[in-house]
Write a protein that binds this ligand. Structure first.
Ligand code: URA
Length: 234
């Protein structure tokens, strides 16, 4: 159950005071009856309409964004452009944040949501939700690098979880990396330990959910219920 003014404010992306004003004006009905107060509690199943138009009540939203370079994974910043600015206006709502961080120069799959528990569950190393990256390297990686990645490498005094490393091309300069945790600059630092620089980095998958190839850089779309289950069951 949630207060009506809070639900309206979230769903319509308006201030709580504007939601209250709509109710006062007589624009809002709940299950066909005129709503008189913002503090009325509504259930997910209640049908809320504004000026006769039904609004869809989604408790939480889950958005797949194809992040371009030049944006930081934050909700707001004084100096930098954030991934939240890329979410189209009609998909904006209060409480959205990126679940996990990509570096400013990393591209690809960012999941944006307002569901804190879900975000925690995909970020926690204990939950084993894999993140897959394609890394372009300045020099080929060797078998020795692969076995260090895959046995759980030591990095900065910490023992990492086992990762996967495979060549995508014949010359071992484009690699697919799968991680189960998300330490700061992790992929870059793992290669750096072996004297290799990551020139380009793109996240292509979270769990078993692949970044939609139809999304151009900067574009986003909602993640469907089925896709969400795929991530949850990853
Ligand atoms: N590892 C990195 O080094 N950078 C990212 O953005 C994500 C993973």
């Amino acid at each position: 159950m949630e207060r009506l003014d809070k639900t309206l404010s979230k769903q319509l992306n308006i201030a709580r005071s504007e939601a209250k004003a709509l109710i006062k004006k007589g624009s809002v009905t709940v299950n066909g009856a005129l709503a008189v107060s913002g503090d009325m509690k509504c259930a997910d199943s209640d049908v809320i309409s504004v000026d006769g138009k039904k609004i869809t009540v989604n408790k939480y939203v889950y958005i797949m964004l194809n992040k371009p370079k030049g944006y930081i994974s934050a909700t707001e910043d004084k100096n930098e452009k954030t991934v939240l600015e890329l979410v189209p206006k009609d998909m904006q709502r209060k409480g959205l944040f990126p679940a996990g961080r990509l570096d400013r120069d990393t591209t690809g799959f960012v999941l944006i949501t307002d569901d804190g528990d879900f975000a925690h569950s995909i970020l926690s190393p204990k939950k084993h939700v894999d993140k897959t990256y394609i890394a372009t390297l300045d020099r080929p990686f060797t078998e020795e690098v692969k076995s260090d990645f895959e046995s759980g490498m030591e990095l900065g005094g910490k023992k990492l979880q086992k990762a996967e490393l495979d060549a995508v091309d014949g010359d071992f300069k484009t690699a697919r990396v799968v991680l189960r945790e998300g330490m700061y600059h992790q992929v870059k630092r793992m290669f750096k330990k072996h004297g290799i620089t990551v020139v380009e980095l793109k996240r292509t998958k979270i769990g078993s959910l692949e970044l939609d190839k139809a999304l151009a850089e900067g574009e986003s779309r909602y993640i469907t219920e089925t896709e969400l289950q795929n991530i949850r069951n990853s």
